[in-house]
Design a protein around this ligand. Structure first.
Ligand SMILES: *Cc1c(COP(=O)(O)O)cnc(C)c1O
Length: 427
């Protein structure tokens, strides 16, 4: 499947039925798996043979869907997780321990920021947040001897900043650590970060990949390109024996292509168990089958909405990386020439009150915390997700009281614009 183009991988990747086997991927709704002898099972526990024994760690349905996403991203190994939060936690915690440090972009998704800044700090892992627009000098200055990874988002949710992947990859590699990118908003249809030097990709599959608001999920993909053994002293978890697996050294036994995901499965999934249910994996796969058809429509609709708003007298600003003149337009053209995402944000000359009036009068666009769905959804952060903040705190978070986040679905653009137009008329 890896020789096919992305559109074909979306539809047929990850699973090729044999003679007389089901055309659709089977949902293996089983917690456990039967073996003929204790020796057979023992080999699985020693990671001497590959196979399934308990769905807290691995399930065949999940692995088929993970293999599809792996092929779409152009990686060597992948695993599904129960959520995007779990994917980002595992991706970082797999290589950073208590006493370690990570450099991260400051505009990352609020949930990830909280995970890093509050929860993982309690685990003894420190983070330095740098602006995605920082100079190479500023970026290099953020590294410490105990830095283990660099983290960013291709297109940040909801800030809509675009990461200069090559700049971040170079800094990471100059310091002997991998670059991890959350590619949720772009999806591999619009950007494949591995092609630009990124080492590990994560996803909240809850968004465009599922696409239908049906199941929460996440995914981690390894490019197989990071040479852990060349930086042995930095990554003891991968490069020295694991006592909980009879002294296996992941980077030796599974090589560059398999070490990262095998360790994340064998240790983190075993101990934390944040696995996606096989049912949800099946639904995710249905979403993936049409991702390449939906993404261009999301982008087309968002661009039409952004262009309409840009010239509207009641609108004070429009942020959309696919819109000519946007601060990130050039970077977006470089990394995502076929389109960015469906999310647009904008503000009102009439301030917070105008935004509230606008939201009240929308008919087609639904008010939801969700984004990246087939159905258009929208949020006024100042009165929802960020309502506990005053105007000063909002400003520090890069959100103005009048900002509306508008996630364009795959409906007809003319209907979306008509809905916006009638709501604007009430402002
Ligand atoms: C939603 C989101 C997450 C968190 O994913 P969940 O599936 O909600 O846990 C992480 N990163 C980005 C960019 C997101 O949009």
């Amino acid at each position: 499947m890896s020789d096919y183009r992305i559109n074909t991988k979306c539809v047929q990747g990850g699973y090729t039925p044999g003679n007389g086997e089901p055309r659709q991927i089977p949902i293996v709704q089983s917690t456990t798996f039967k073996y003929a002898t204790s020796e057979d099972m023992g080999k699985l526990f020693d990671l001497e043979a590959s196979g399934y024994f308990y769905t807290r760690l691995q399930n065949p349905t999940n692995d088929m869907v993970a293999a599809k996403i792996r092929d779409m991203e152009g990686g060597t190994a992948a695993m599904l997780t129960s959520s995007g939060q779990a994917a980002n936690f595992y991706a970082v915690f797999n290589i950073a321990n208590c006493g370690d440090h990570v450099v991260a972009s400051s505009t990352i998704y609020g949930g990830t920021y909280n995970l890093f800044h509050v929860t993982m700090r309690k685990m003894g892992i420190d983070f330095t947040f740098v602006s995605p627009d920082c100079t190479e000098g500023e970026l290099n200055a953020a590294f410490r001897p105990n830095t283990k990874a660099v983290f960013g988002e291709t297109i940040a949710n909801p800030a809509l900043t675009v990461l200069d992947i090559e700049k971040f990859a170079k800094a990471a590699h100059d310091h002997g650590v991998p670059l991890i990118i959350d590619n949720t908003f772009a999806t591999p249809v619009n950007c494949r970060p591995f092609e630009w030097g990124c080492d590990i990709v994560t996803h909240s599959t809850t968004k465009y990949m599922d696409g239908h608001g049906a199941g929460v999920g996440g995914c981690i993909v390894d490019s197989g390109r990071f040479d852990w053994m060349a930086h042995k002293e930095k990554f003891p978890g991968l490069c020295t024996p694991d006592d909980s697996y009879h002294g296996i050294t992941y980077a030796e036994k599974f090589g560059q292509s398999g070490a990262f995901i095998t360790k994340a499965t064998a240790q983190l999934m075993r101990d934390f168990g944040s696995i996606q249910s096989p049912q949800n994996a099946f639904l995710l796969n249905l979403g993936l089958e049409s991702l390449h058809v939906r993404m261009p429509r999301h982008c087309e609709n968002a661009l039409a909405v952004a262009k309409f708003l840009k010239n509207h007298p009641k609108i004070s600003f429009v942020t959309y990386p696919g819109l000519e003149g946007d601060k990130y337009y050039e970077l977006a053209q470089k990394y995502m020439p076929n389109g960015t995402c469906g999310v647009v944000s904008f503000g009102f000359r009439g301030g917070r009150a105008a935004a509230e009036t606008f939201m009240r009068h929308l008919k087609l666009a639904a008010i939801e915390t969700h984004v990246a769905d087939a159905r258009t959804c929208t949020l006024h952060p100042a009165s929802a997700t960020h309502r506990q903040m005053n105007d000063e705190e909002l400003a520090a978070a890069g959100i103005t009281p009048d900002l509306v986040r508008f996630s364009c679905g795959i409906e007809d653009a003319a209907d979306l614009i008509a809905d916006i137009e009638q709501a604007l008329a009430q402002v």
